[in-house]
Each structure stands twice: as structure tokens, then as C-alpha cells.
Write a protein that binds this ligand. Structure first.
Ligand code: FES
Length: 119
């Protein structure tokens, strides 16, 4: 099972922490949770992934697989669709490494880190 961890405290924009009383991270998390509901991936929220200056941030993890941290997302449905689609490809892969040709357009340029699995 692949899990998308969404930072729910990320800023809404460079100048605004919140929009309509929600952080950018909360707004992105709501989009991701809605889209992922039928996609076979789990979603969790985490307050701060320590990438605050490149909000909004997510991490994609699965047991025994590479973890990927992605950032610089706008808190919008388009971002969430790309994140969920990428997580589905991560879930289908053996190691967590998704071939570049399978990357959704919306994740390109958003990768921050790749972290090896312990297992
Ligand atoms: S507040 Fe989102 S990474 Fe720190």
C-alpha cells in the first residue's frame, strides 16, 4: 500500500498562510483525500515536513520502497490529481521507482528528495 503524506500546515501562497481560514496544506490535503478515495492509495496528514519554504509539500511512501518528497505545489485540484496518479504508479512499481515516461506532467519539477527504504 502506498501512502501519500500531505503537510497540512504549508502556506497557501508566498504571501498568505491561509485562504478562507484554511492553510494551503489543508486545502491540498482535502483535494488529495477526495481524489485518492477511489484510487487505492492511503492519505495521511502531517504537520510540517520541514520543507516550508517550498510549499506545498507531500511525501509518498510504501513499505520496502523508495520514499519520494515533492514540493512547490499549488493547493489546487490539478496538483492533487497529479500527486494521486503518481502515487498509483508508485504503488504498482516493485521498488517505488516510477519510470520517467509514466510521470504525470503535474509532478515534473516538483521532486525534492528520494529516500531509500530500510527494508
Ligand atoms: S509547514 Fe509544510 S513543510 Fe513545513
Amino acid at each position: 500500500m502506498t501512502t501519500i503524506i500531505v503537510c497540512d500546515t504549508c502556506n497557501y501562497s508566498l504571501l498568505e498562510k491561509t485562504h478562507n481560514d484554511k492553510t494551503g496544506g489543508e486545502i491540498l490535503a482535502e483535494h488529495v483525500e477526495r481524489i485518492a478515495a477511489d484510487a487505492g492509495v492511503e492519505v495521511r496528514r502531517q504537520s510540517c515536513l520541514m520543507g516550508c519554504e517550498r510549499h506545498c509539500n507531500v511525501a509518498i511512501q510504501g513499505a520496502g520502497k523508495l520514499t519520494y518528497v515533492l514540493g512547490k505545489f499549488d493547493p489546487e485540484a490539478d496538483s492533487a490529481e497529479a500527486i494521486v496518479e503518481y502515487a498509483q504508479r508508485h504503488a504498482e512499481s516493485e521498488t517505488g521507482q516510477v519510470p520517467f515516461k509514466q510521470w504525470p506532467q503535474g509532478v515534473k519539477g516538483h521532486f525534492v528528495a528520494r529516500i531509500p527504504s530500510l527494508g
